[in-house]
Design a protein around this ligand. Sequence first.
Ligand code: RIB
Ligand code: CA
Length: 317
Amino acid sequence: MTSLIIDTDPGVDDAFAIALACASPEVDLLAVTTVFGNAALDTTTRNALRLLALCGRDDVPVARGADRPLVHPQVHEAELVHGNDGLSGRAHTLPDSGRSPVESDAVGLMAALLRDAPEPVTIVPIGPLTNIAALLAAYPSLRSRIARLVIMGGALSGGNTTAVAEFNLWSDPEAARRVLVEERLPTLLVPTDLTFRCRVDRAWLDRLSAAGPLGATLVGLTADYVAHYTTFFGEECTVLHDAIAVAEAIRPGLLRTTTYPVEVDCTFGPSRGALVADRRTPEIIATFGSTLARAVDIATDTDVDEVRDFLLTRLAG
Ligand code: RIB
Ligand code: CA
């Protein structure tokens, strides 16, 4: 059994990720913590509560986290991707949970769960990394209680938010750098290079929708998000970035990794928020050295059909 905490900004692909975790018997979902990102914090928190109600998991606590980046504000029109309510304008189709977030904030809840967990916990950040940076800054003694971080974020070649930056890292570059470069926790980073390859088409969505009420409701949340990635790729499709990260947390090894020294660009130039990875060969780096201080396992390959089938099978229930 893998104990998970999901830190999230639902968000259409976050919705699939949360549902996947709820549908997986290998997972003990300890909490869902929310962060600004695809929508404002109030919206992402309300969506998280509704998505857990949809999955019949009102037992999972939800705690509110950061409503803005750590240091510098970074305004983004995420509504153009996920809709004005974060769920393609369809959040109202989800059950009203009737629940409120817990009193504790996200960092406090994560710290309490880490402290009390019998085994180290896997944390799956699938939004900006603001809460995770704050957790590690405030509770350095709890690092040993974290089994690993499985993070959706970054782009090795070509971003989805700017020419070079992926949304989660771009939303709070300082937080991303704190977690990815300044820490030494076991970390697996799932970049858009891989999630783009795992994109799903209309036929996949139709199969999920026909599989039952959960699938139909999830697919019902995708209109704006499918429209965005259809324009992005020039074919009808969408990218379930966050669900792929959660799939790796559920099935370690599903994604194959390559270890690269990394940096996160925190300057205010055209590459702000970019993941910088030194992809020269280890021999060259050993010979000439790398100016990049920290090596991270980056998901660079997988069996794309296996991932798509895993997501469909699990979400179809
Ligand atoms: O770049 C993709 C990431 O940004 C995903 O987590 C998506 O939900 C958005 O938050
Ligand atoms: Ca997300």
